[in-house]
Design a protein around this ligand. Structure first.
Ligand code: ATP
Length: 365
């Protein structure tokens, strides 16, 4: 952040549909910033991902990582292609490396029904959906990323890691979010999702959760096993508020959450650490629809809105928060009349249709 206020944003367009939704997103954010006024943003495009790996032999060049670390925030689209792999057979996924490198332990995955979108669940309460999954993003089963072993072609092992240091900060983050949501008139209830009845690691996770809960006596909390959570996310998801969980469980639950609100193209996310944060849609590079103009850019726009709000909160700078709210309001307005129907929901609206509708909504709001 410089004076007069200018935020530097590191942008990773990545691969597949990632590249297609990045430019529209930047244009939407710039338009909202111009409309609110009082600040600007410089977007610096950086190379990383499967295409970069094919071209240079590196998936996350040092220059890109250095620039990302220095930036005020990181806007990342999607990375990786199924046919481009490291010699050990795993997919190119610098987004995971960035989370580890910058210590982005709190993966924030909002599950909010956008008014005007046909709900996945037929229950009349489905339009009330508004909860957040906090996915721990630097350890858990993903701690084994690049380290798993196969022994004599007879046995394979990946180790799940839970540390006190990361878990305490993760739960603090979840409880603070619970407090914030309570102030906004929401439930303000934090649920620890685990499998503490079977695994020592999860019993430890739960113990630390209970310790942290004592510090936040104004926020209600409970525990739920991962299997019961999957059931409740389909049966009564409108009763949920803040769910906090291990990396792999959070990975799976976020896709389930995306399914509840219309598909991957509507699910934004943020990976937040003590100093840095990455904002990116929950979806991958969707090679099946890449290059066809069909990618829904809404999740990317919503991630951009989260980025502006986070910058506003972090720097106590109201115009950035207002610009974030404007982008979210424009998205809601674009879909409100029910006529903008994307491919995931059986309609024909593609990237450009959603982009144009959101830009127009920013003009008229
Ligand atoms: P990753 O493992 O990298 O997260 P994935 O295997 O979960 O990726 P995605 O790339 O997210 O897969 O795609 C899953 C499905 O959702 C595909 O059918 C894809 O076409 C669809 N999809 C993903 N993102 C979008 C989008 N923005 N718009 C429309 N459809 C999408």
């Amino acid at each position: 952040m410089t004076n007069p206020v200018n935020f530097t944003i590191a942008v990773f367009p990545g691969d597949g549909i990632g590249e297609e939704i990045t430019e529209p997103c930047i244009k939407v954010l710039e338009k909202a910033i111009d409309k609110i006024g009082g600040f600007s943003a410089t977007f610096e495009w950086l190379a990383a991902g499967a295409t970069t790996y094919l071209e240079t032999g590196e998936s996350l060049p040092k220059r890109s990582m250095d620039k990302a670390r220095e930036a005020d925030a990181i806007l990342l689209s999607a990375m990786g292609l199924p046919d481009v792999r490291y010699p050990d057979g795993t997919e190119i996924s610098p987004q995971i490396e960035i989370r580890f490198e910058l210590g982005l332990y709190a993966g924030v995955r909002p599950v909010r029904a956008i008014p005007g979108l046909a709900p996945t669940l037929l229950n009349p309460d489905a339009h009330k959906l508004d909860f957040v999954i906090i996915r721990e993003s630097t350890e858990g089963l993903f701690a084994s990323h690049g380290k798993g072993e196969i022994i004599d072609d007879k046995e394979a092992r990946d180790t799940l890691v839970i540390t006190r240091n990361v878990s305490e900060r993760l739960f603090d983050f979840a409880f603070k979010l619970g407090q914030q949501r309570k102030k906004q008139g929401k439930l303000g209830h934090v649920t620890c999702v685990d499998k503490a009845n079977v695994f020592k690691s999860f019993a430890f996770f739960r113990k630390i959760f209970d310790e942290q809960a004592e510090k936040f006596s104004d926020v209600e909390s409970n525990h739920m096993y991962i299997d019961a959570t999957a059931l409740n996310m389909v049966r009564r998801p409108w009763d949920l508020d803040v769910l906090v969980t291990e990396n792999m469980f959070g990975d799976i639950l976020s896709d389930l959450g995306a399914g509840l609100i219309g598909g991957m193209g509507f699910a934004p996310s943020a990976d937040i650490g003590d100093d840095n944060a990455v904002f990116q849609p929950c979806h991958g590079t969707a090679p099946d629809i890449a290059g066809k103009g069909l990618a829904n850019p809404t999740a990317m726009f919503l991630s951009g809105a989260m980025m502006l709000s986070w910058l506003g909160d972090k720097h106590n700078f109201v115009p950035a928060s207002q610009a974030g709210e404007l982008v979210q309001a424009a998205i809601d307005a674009a879909f409100a009349d029910g006529n903008l129907i994307t491919g995931e929901l059986g309609g024909k609206a593609g990237t450009n249709d959603v982009f144009t509708a959101v830009l127009n909504a920013i003009d008229t709001l």
